[in-house]
Each structure stands twice: as structure tokens, then as C-alpha cells.
Write a new protein. Structure first.
Length: 404
């Protein structure tokens, strides 16, 4: 992008001059024309650009919140009747995230050059996924981009809320477990050796719990580096294994089978599937294409396989509800409601109702999980830390008993 100085006149004859940022002179002249300014002269401004360009690895990542804000504001501007290029111009100048701001500038240039909005969005697939691009394409073809962007904004907001709930529920136990591990390590490495020196001068037989804690302290001190490398290797190996088809299949099946977490994961997946499919069907996306996108965004290979079976079923002329029921992943109530939606021709509406219901179910499940985990974690922390303290003080208590 370059800076251009211009001189010209507005629609009412007033003299206008200033600078404008554009890819080239033709783009700058077109942008001024949209602002109802007839340019007499346009000259590239020499000197350094006002915007500091950082390497890509310094660019802040684009969060779901950034995308939600952009989509909601864009939907409002389109609904107000502003031209597409002008909406992109405004968004590219006021977006808070600099990475998103730079991407929107490139997208605006591509739209000005003749590309459709959906084709321009494909330039950045990590920011605008298949769901986003396909909905925008459907909106452009159907002439209802404002409606589509509003639906997309609502979808992203509800999806963000769902993810935030699950992450919020997991934050507390993770922090407590990490703190517990740090405290236990400090006790074993720093505090226990002090007691060991004191016990050595007593010359008395130590209780079994005390001997075990002393052995654990020595083992941790002698193998601290190896333990750290081992933990890193397990995490790294698990991630590499999860990247394979067989590893992902095993781990995803294990996650769904967990007593408490599995139920939450399943409800989140059902809510996401129904919300995504409802949004795409109501926006005019073909059902086969919509199901393909739902499968890729499922987040669990078991659920993805169930959705793939649905796609094959529809290709063979069957219904959606039958393969969903056969998969044993989706609850019977969901399959029955989808069957009713298919029979009445209101599948998108029924899917939206199911998604709303399961959003509430996720709320209840997350609250129950949090309420159940808090006392369990605190009890575990008390047992470990309290056990270490008691084991270290047992010889002192026995000495006091003998003295008495």
C-alpha cells in the first residue's frame, strides 16, 4: 500500500486536497470517486509509510472476538445500505487488531479489482474458514448479504459463548492442579531435605510414610531433568499421535467415554453441529456442502464420521436422522426432532431449536461439573500436601511420646 497526495473538487464544487492510501493511482482515483471527489492530480507521496510493517511472526493472532466484532459491525453497515467497498474501507481503517486490519485492506483491494467478496476472503483461510466463505458466497448469489452477515454474526457470538463457558470451567481446576504440583515439588526439593538432616542426627527408626517421602525427595532431586524431559516427550508424542488417523480415533473415542467430561464434550458437539447446519441451510447453502463443513468443524473424529455417514445417506436418498441414530453418538431426542423437521420441511428451524436447547444443557452440565470438581480437587490437594506434612512430623511426634 502506498500514500498518494491528491487535489480535486467535491460534488458541490469545493476544493479538496489531502492524502489517501491505495495500491496504485487507479485504485486511489476509484476510492476518491466513491467519496464523490473528482481528482485533478494524484501523485505518490514520497517518504516512509506511516504504518510500521512487522514480520508475520510478530503480528497478533486474530481471535474469535475480533471476528465477531468485525462481522457484527459489517452486518450493521451493509444493512444500512453502505456499498461493500466502503464497508471494507471503514473496517480496514478502524479494526483494533492490526493483523485483521491489514488483511481487510488486501480484501478490499481484491474486491475493487473485480473479485467477489467470498473469493477475496479465501485469501486468508485461517481467518475466514469454509463456513464463513460459503455463507458469504450464498449471500452474494442470493442478494441478501446483509441478512447472511447478521446470521453469521449471531452464530459466531453463540459459538464464542459456548467455547468461553467450557474454557472458563476448565481454567479453575487447571490452575489449582498446577499450583498443587508446584507446591508439592517445592516441599520435596527444598523442605524435606531439611527434615532429613535433622532425622539423621536422631539415630531412630523412621516410620514407613516418612521413609517413602524421603525416598521420593531424593528420587525427584536426582532425576528432576529426566522427569521434565519425560513429561515433555509424553506431551509431544501424544500430540504427534493425535495428528495421525488412528491416534485421533482412539483419543477422541476415549474423550467421549469419560464419565463427566465426555458428556460435556458430546453436548457441545451436538450444539455446534445443529447451530452450524441450521445457519447454513437457512442461508441457502446446499445440504451436502453444509454437512461437509459441519464434519470438518466438528472437532471430534467420531462425530465427524457420523456426519460423513449422514452425507452418504443423503446421497443415497435416505434421511438425515437414520444414520445419526445408528451412530449412537447423537441422543435419540435429537434424532427424533431432526426427523420431525425433515417431515415438516422446517429442518433449519428445528435444528436452531435443538441448538438453543443444548446451549442451555451445556450451561447446566458445566455448572454441575465445576461444582463437583471443586471439592474433589481441594480434597486431593489436602491429601497430598497434608500427607507430606504429616509424614515429616510423625518422627517428631513419636519422639515426644517416648520422652513423655
Amino acid at each position: 500500500m502506498a500514500q498518494f497526495k491528491y487535489e480535486g473538487r467535491s460534488a458541490n464544487g469545493e476544493v479538496r486536497n489531502g492524502t489517501i492510501e491505495a495500491k496504485d493511482q487507479a485504485t486511489a482515483r476509484a476510492s476518491l470517486r466513491e467519496q464523490r471527489i473528482t481528482a485533478n492530480t494524484i501523485v505518490e507521496a514520497k517518504g516512509m509509510s506511516r504504518e510500521l510493517k512487522l514480520p508475520a511472526f510478530f503480528d497478533p493472532s486474530i481471535t474469535t472476538r475480533d471476528l465477531v466484532i468485525f462481522t457484527r459491525q459489517f452486518a450493521t453497515m451493509i444493512d444500512s445500505g453502505l456499498p461493500l467497498v466502503q464497508c471494507l474501507e471503514i473496517q480496514s481503517s478502524q479494526a483494533e487488531n492490526p493483523t485483521l486490519r491489514n488483511q481487510l485492506k488486501v480484501i478490499k483491494d481484491k474486491v475493487e479489482s473485480g473479485s467477489t467478496f467470498a473469493e477475496a476472503l479465501k485469501t486468508y483461510p485461517r481467518t475466514f474458514d469454509d463456513l464463513f466463505v460459503n455463507l458469504v458466497a450464498a449471500g452474494e448469489v442470493g442478494g441478501m448479504l446483509d441478512t447472511i452477515m447478521t446470521r453469521l454474526a449471531s452464530y459466531l457470538e453463540k459459538s464464542q459463548k459456548l467455547i468461553r463457558q467450557v474454557k472458563g470451567a476448565m481454567t479453575y481446576p487447571v490452575i489449582v492442579i498446577v499450583v498443587m504440583a508446584i507446591v508439592t515439588t517445592i516441599l520435596l526439593v527444598k523442605v524435606v531435605p531439611t527434615f532429613e538432616t535433622m532425622f539423621a542426627g536422631m539415630g531412630a527408626q523412621l516410620p514407613a510414610p516418612t521413609l517413602f517421602v524421603l525416598w521420593l525427595s531424593k528420587f525427584l532431586q536426582a532425576n528432576f531433568v529426566y522427569i521434565g524431559v519425560g513429561i515433555f516427550a509424553v506431551v509431544w508424542g501424544t500430540r504427534r499421535w493425535y495428528a495421525t488417523t488412528s491416534g485421533r480415533l482412539v483419543l477422541d473415542r476415549l474423550l467421549l467415554a469419560l464419565p463427566v467430561f465426555g458428556d460435556v464434550i458430546k453436548k457441545v458437539a451436538v450444539a455446534r453441529f445443529c447451530r452450524t447446519l441450521s445457519t447454513m441451510l437457512s442461508s441457502g447453502v446446499p445440504i451436502i456442502e453444509a454437512l461437509g463443513i459441519c464434519g470438518r468443524t466438528a472437532g471430534n473424529v467420531i462425530i465427524e464420521n457420523a456426519i460423513t455417514a449422514v452425507t452418504v445417506s443423503i446421497s443415497e436418498g435416505r434421511t438425515i436422522s437414520e444414520p445419526l441414530a445408528e451412530s449412537k453418538v447423537f441422543p435419540q431426542m435429537v434424532c427424533q426432532m431432526i426427523s420431525v423437521g425433515e417431515a415438516t420441511g422446517a429442518l433449519d428451524t428445528m435444528l436452531g431449536k435443538i441448538a438453543d436447547f443444548y446451549d442451555e444443557e451445556v450451561d447446566v452440565a458445566v455448572e454441575s461439573m465445576t461444582a463437583m470438581m471443586e471439592p474433589m480437587i481441594m480434597a486431593l490437594m489436602g491429601i497430598i500436601v497434608g500427607g507430606l506434612v504429616i509424614a515429616m512430623y510423625m518422627p517428631i511426634f513419636e519422639m515426644a511420646t517416648h520422652i513423655n
